[in-house]
Design a protein. Structure first.
Length: 388
């Protein structure tokens, strides 16, 4: 079930130069056992692993949509040397110049990675800081092994030998091409168009297509939206018109999927709200993803009709469904939800309410907002959209 209640995260789709391609080929990996079981924590539709660097434990995002990244703090603590600096672009088309360096060693449970090319980034910006992320275990690092991921049971396994994974029953097989940083790009057919999607475990949503692929003539049910519904590595995108629709069929690999929920935006992404219904294996040797359905679930769109971000520890309406007479507008300051004061928060309490939404599991909410110096009270009911 997909509930559009909050901002989706996309820590990925970083554009890397030709120089970066060679940079991300470096490194080696050592395993103590044929199959290594690795800690995995799947929270807020994002996968995290604990890694050890120089005897200290860190929290890393397991993200196929990005190269391996370390925080500015880790870079400084280790006293690493800058190899070069280059601009990279996130999923919201925001660009920044970043340091590229080499990490001598990273240990993930019993798996030892050495001399891995990494990007250095600031993980304290925007809502990203709320997850207390120290880095990203990215695609260039993953590509050195075969991986089996099961979000439902918090299981992550790695091996150098694909035959160690029994692929019987993996009914969906998807070929992919790899970006310079090894991010998998898969081809799907939707709205009578072939679309290249980033296979992105750093995206908490389900399916997103670039605005240019959307065709209203081929869509039976649609909800029009306005605002910014996702946040990239360098912040949110600009408010824009968008659409959420249900597609009749999506062809992906050797399988077809019906009644999928899709949003429009700046990138083509397949994310964790889709993956969490599968056990899947990532194979960079043969450039394939193998997927076995672990639970049947028809995606639903349930929402109060808006989403909000925390800006300077204050919640601000950032995303709305374009409904006639909808009472909230982009930029409205949220004073409280169900009498929970959200207007006098420090950074830590803002992060608490960003992750633990007041409206979660509620069917009706009372929202107090401030607009143009006036205080307004609004009652909203959760609705299910695109259900006929």
């Amino acid at each position: 079930m997909k509930k559009i209640l909050y901002t989706l995260f996309v820590f990925s789709t970083l554009s890397i130069s030709a120089q970066g391609k060679k940079f991300f080929e470096t490194g080696e990996v050592q395993l103590k056992n044929k199959v290594e079981k690795i800690n995995l924590r799947f929270e807020n539709d994002l996968p995290f692993v604990k890694v050890n660097i120089n005897g200290k434990s860190y929290n890393f995002l397991f993200d196929t949509g990005a190269p391996t990244v370390i925080s500015n703090a880790v870079y400084t603590e280790l006293g690493l040397e800058k190899k070069h600096k280059s601009k990279i672009k996130d999923s919201q088309k925001n660009k920044q110049s970043q340091i590229f360096t080499e990490l001598p060693e990273m240990i993930v449970d019993q798996v030892i990675f050495k001399n891995i090319g990494v990007v250095v980034m600031d993980f304290t910006v925007s809502e990203l800081g709320c997850f207390k992320v120290d880095g990203i275990l990215g695609a260039n690092q993953m590509a050195k092994l075969f991986w089996r991921i099961n979000y439902t049971e918090n299981i992550l396994e790695a091996t150098k030998d694909l035959s160690q994974f029994n692929l019987e029953g993996y009914e969906t097989v998807i070929n992919f091409e790899a970006k310079p940083q090894k991010t998998p790009i898969v081809l799907a057919k939707m709205l009578d168009k072939k679309i290249e999607f980033t296979f992105d475990t750093g995206f908490s949503g389900r399916l997103k297509i670039a605005d240019s692929y959307y065709d209203s003539k081929k869509v039976k049910q649609v909800v029009e939206t306005f605002g910014s519904s996702s946040v990239g590595a360098f912040g949110a995108g600009k408010p824009v018109q968008g659409f959420v629709f249900r597609t009749d069929i999506m062809e992906l690999g050797n399988n077809s999927f019906v009644d999928e929920l899709v949003t429009t935006g700046s990138s083509n992404l397949i994310g964790n709200d889709f993956f969490k219904n599968f056990v899947f294996v990532l194979d960079w040797t043969n450039n394939r993803v193998y997927m076995k359905n672990s639970k049947k679930e028809t995606p639903k769109l349930e929402s109060f009709g808006f989403g909000y971000r925390f800006v300077d520890a204050r919640p601000v309406v950032a995303f709305v469904f374009q409904e006639e007479n909808f009472p909230l507008k982009i930029g409205d300051s949220i004073i409280s939800i169900n009498n929970v004061d959200l207007d006098h928060l420090d950074k830590d309490s803002a992060c608490h309410y960003f992750i633990n939404r007041v409206e979660k599991d509620q069917n009706t909410i009372d929202v107090k907002i401030k607009r143009d110096g006036k205080i307004l009270d609004v009652k909203l009911n959760k609705k299910e959209y695109l259900n006929s």
